[in-house]
Design a protein around this ligand. Sequence first.
Ligand code: 0O2
Length: 229
Amino acid sequence: MEIMDEYKLEAFREYFDRGEMRRFRELMMYYECAMLEVKTKLDVLNKELSLRKSRNPFESIKCRIKSPESILEKLTRRGIPFSVDNIEKELNDIAGIRVICSFPDDIYALVDYLIEQDDIRLVTMKDYIKNPKPNGYRSVHIIVEVPIFLTDRKKPMRVEVQFRTIAMDFWASLEHKLKYKKNIKKAEDISEQLFYCAELISQLDARMQQIRDKIELNEGQDFSDEGEK
Ligand code: 0O2
């Protein structure tokens, strides 16, 4: 997990006085706690479902706290004045979790199990699998609010969770790398090729899911809850 060290905080020293710096560190600590809460919930679901269904609903899980440079960049890009209050009020992705699943339907099952929990509040859901971005990007992004229990109070905090399949993550990682190769970025045929690859990947995901369904049917294994009764 990425910890916000002194070196990274340098980016903020010219904007914040000592008091604001202290409040900023405190806020980041709250986000870290909220991120751990949600990660634990997902780990618990993964363990329970692995035992019940003999396979992991997710392959890996990564957590990160948004870097001070990215926070600064996002607020500046949106024309929002830079302050600790605005960071908390305006940004939903300070605490971020990325869950990499094997199959698309595992994504929807995990989202449902997570948002059904009674201390979780779904703030927003963006389904870029059903509605991919124009460049072909696919993923499900949810913002959830989870309470953290401090010494003297309970504080609701927002966490972004991105769910992707291995194939979607493969595409997004390479596309992200290529985006920063500026001379390539502008070439139209590159965008078209990336879009085409995203379509292929989506077909691949659907095919792999069909193969899994066939195997499970052959094994007489019904993975739905009905089949377990
Ligand atoms: P990082 O370091 O990953 O956090 P925004 O675009 O951020 O102003 P919003 O509504 O927050 O607005 O964006 P959205 O659509 O929910 O997605 C934000 C995050 O999704 C990005 O984070 C990426 O991680 C990922 N993402 C979205 N679109 C793409 C895409 O086209 N390609 C790739 N590779 N990833 C994408 P950040 O903010 O970029 O940074």
